[in-house]
Design a protein around this ligand. Structure first.
Ligand code: SF4
Length: 267
């Protein structure tokens, strides 16, 4: 994809290739607190080299357009759930899937937890200077056992119906699962009793309508997922070691971007 740099007026400007915000750049060995988001930990797990070039060397990765339609379904779901949250009643999907005793969690920090840019769920990693954070889509509450439940909304367009048993089969969906793991871990670190099972609220447009007619029609499926958090601490330890190293780590040989750059040098 060709990504051109624009300024705030939408005019094309020379792309600097480097980030300027100092607080987003880690100096190996620093003792000041440094925030690492869920998506940056995912970057590290996909490619330690790219993570290092970004967080330590300050390289600006080419920007990508926003997923505005996906963001819109998230916003609309949030409105629905907030209505139920306010009234402390179950959302219709909870009834459909027989989730007895579950309601959207009413908590004063809910809006902060959903704000992935400025806040999110947040916890210091052990006694390190690393603050882990991540903006969760939703948190539900089991009124009976007083456990919190992590939830992620997903929008997609596939002609195949979503099946909970196979939803996470495709390789790239491993990262979806890790998202829920991470939120479950943070909530646990924040002192909540976290339910083992979280949910993906998947909305799928299967394209079967006879035409557009000004609307898209989505089918809704709740996919349960048993959170696994045992990978998180070893991975964060490894990430901290990388941040404190002067050595640029190896890249990921499956990365198409690096392969492109490599081949470009040969033509
Ligand atoms: S392998 Fe890909 S992800 Fe890693 S440094 Fe290269 S471009 Fe970045």
């Amino acid at each position: 994809m060709i990504s051109l740099k624009t300024n705030s007026k939408g005019e094309y400007v020379p792309a600097p290739g480097l980030r300027t915000r100092k607080s987003s750049i880690y100096i190996p060995g620093q003792s000041e607190d440094f925030k690492v988001s869920r998506s940056k930990l995912t970057d590290f797990r996909k490619c330690p080299k790219c993570f290092y070039l970004d967080r330590v060397k300050g390289l600006a990765y080419p920007s990508t357009p926003g997923w505005t339609l996906n963001a819109r379904t998230d916003d609309l779901l949030k409105k629905e759930f907030d209505e139920c949250r306010e009234q402390e009643i179950p959302h219709r999907i909870m009834g459909t899937y027989g989730l007895k005793d579950v309601v959207p969690f009413k908590h004063e920090d809910m809006d902060r937890w959903r704000d992935s840019i400025h806040h999110g769920l947040e916890a210091r990693f052990r006694d390190s200077n690393i603050i882990l954070h991540g903006g969760v889509d939703d948190v539900w509450w089991n009124v009976k056992n007083e456990q919190v439940i992590v939830v992620d909304y997903k929008s997609q367009a596939s002609k195949y119906q979503v099946r909970p048993e196979t939803y996470l089969y495709p390789t790239h969906k491993r990262w979806y699962a890790e998202q829920l793991d991470f939120y479950a871990y943070l909530l646990d670190q924040m002192g909540f009793d976290v339910a083992h099972t979280g949910y993906f609220y998947v909305v799928n447009e299967d394209g079967s309508s006879p035409g557009f007619h000004g609307k898209l029609t989505f089918q809704e499926t709740l996919v349960p997922y048993d959170c696994k958090t045992d990978w998180i601490e070893p991975s964060v330890e490894e990430m901290i070691e990388t941040l404190n190293s002067e050595q640029v780590p190896d890249g990921n040989e499956s990365c198409e971007n690096c392969a492109y750059v490599r081949e470009r040098e040969t033509v």
